[in-house]
Design a protein around this ligand. Sequence first.
Ligand SMILES: Cc1cc2nc3c(=O)[nH]c(=O)nc-3n(C[C@H](O)[C@H](O)[C@H](O)COP(=O)(O)OP(=O)(O)OC[C@H]3O[C@@H](n4cnc5c(N)ncnc54)[C@H](O)[C@@H]3O)c2cc1C
Ligand code: FES
Ligand code: FES
Length: 498
Amino acid sequence: MTLSIGTRVRFAVNGIPVGAEGPGSRRLLDVLRDDLGLTGTKEGCGEGECGACSVLLDGRVVNSCLVPIDQVEGCDVRTVEALSEDARLGLLRDAFLRSGAVQCGFCTPGMLASAAAFLGSGRKPSDENVREAIAGNICRCTGYTKIVEAIRVAAEDGEALDVSVAAAPAPDVAGSRAVVQAMPGLAPQRAPIPPAVDPARPNVVRPRTLDEALEALARDAHRPLAGGTDLMVALEAGVADSSVPLLDLWSLDELRGIAVVAAEDASGTPYLEIGALTTYADLRSSPIVQEHLPAFGAMAATVGAAQIQNRGTIGGNVVNASPAGDTLPLLLATDAVIVAASVRGTRPIRASGFWTGYRRTALAKDELVTRIRVPLPAGRPTRYRKVGTRRAQSIAKASVALSWRAGEDGAWRDVRVALGAVAERVIRAPRTEGLLEGARPSATLAGEAARLVVTEITPIDDVRSTAEYRRHVVGRVLRRMILDEIAGGPPAGEGLRR
Ligand SMILES: Cc1cc2nc3c(=O)[nH]c(=O)nc-3n(C[C@H](O)[C@H](O)[C@H](O)COP(=O)(O)OP(=O)(O)OC[C@H]3O[C@@H](n4cnc5c(N)ncnc54)[C@H](O)[C@@H]3O)c2cc1C
Ligand code: FES
Ligand code: FES
């Protein structure tokens, strides 16, 4: 189950079976550009921010700089070189040219990938939807208006066309580079160079089952790898120790899924069970989440942009333990339970005891997070709001989750206020909770809560914001959330405030 240097990962690029060699943590971007000569896919930031490296992976847009090649086994990759083969990309190319949406062209391949995924999604090509679809792609020439126009034109042109992605052929070839050169459709722009064997990139162990994963963790030191949107950035920056092999969980489908589970204890309270590998895209699109915990869907819509939402997982967010992580305040406010597993068995850890310090958790070295259980008591609304710099790719400057039980008299009971990015770890605000407890929400109370909550936080100045701004904004956001409830509930597009 170990992929070592020289091991071949087989997949299809633009419909053509190929193979790649090297450590499993090699970036898909490097394999496309260096091994296969497909230099249409660009490298900008190398850390998931700019979208220049976007490609379609099984029809979903991803940042190829954050995808380890190990996770591409058996997949279908589409790059800009497929313009003439992929109906969506062809439509978009023509529309981009007609609308004058290309200036220097550096962002164009990534824009086309995001736009192609959007066309395949069947979503209405409104200005807002198109802008959201390309929110993870930066155009340095700032030609957004024409790009949006081009995508709308292509969507209208393509309405009658079947623009679904063709299934990937079985990738069963032996000599990838020979095959690539033989296939005119792939059209590499320069001769492929030998595979880059980078000893600085850790190797990858790919278990087939959760039990195999737990056994590997119990035996040797491994670093779990889920969607890689934190870990691949840390490896690239040299922050993560590359001598520790990665334990790739991505293919463990038993760690996916969202379901409502009946109560197992005397409380009679059912819970929402979310597999650790559930992505933000899964949370956003889940009818179960929409029905039972819409705040989780609203939260997921504020994370990164499409490329990050397609890969980032709730388990990765929880274990990464950043105080700015978007799932953390919600899990604290809902009194969720994080289920940890090892060869010794499973144990539930309440969210209130899970984050023990700055980026530290109660997880033992041989444990994995397998599921997250969010209680679903009747009559308990939960809300989430985050403040970021812009609409997409915004790590929280501050975030607030609010949950309460609505009493028949209109008073709030069992109030929980959880705050992100304002202390070394995500925290509750007990004094503010005490103020709101048993009270009926009013404008006066909202103002008092806003003044009190800032006395419970210890924010710092950092690259994202200042302590002063964080103090100011947390009070204002909490006040606004309470006022919105008085007015009948959260506004449409609940989640992000700039
Ligand atoms: C451009 C960009 C934008 C982003 N925007 C946001 C944002 O808006 N909000 C936000 O909260 N985050 C954001 N992130 C951070 C990241 O996307 C999230 O934290 C994501 O949820 C991480 O999940 P992952 O599956 O990619 O984790 P990985 O990178 O695979 O892993 C993260 C950590 O968790 C560990 N791990 C993963 N799964 C498990 C498991 N099941 N058991 C034990 N350990 C595990 C890994 O060993 C690693 O230490 C952003 C990142 C980028 C690059
Ligand atoms: S190179 Fe910027 S997101 Fe990959
Ligand atoms: S066209 Fe120049 S970066 Fe977008």
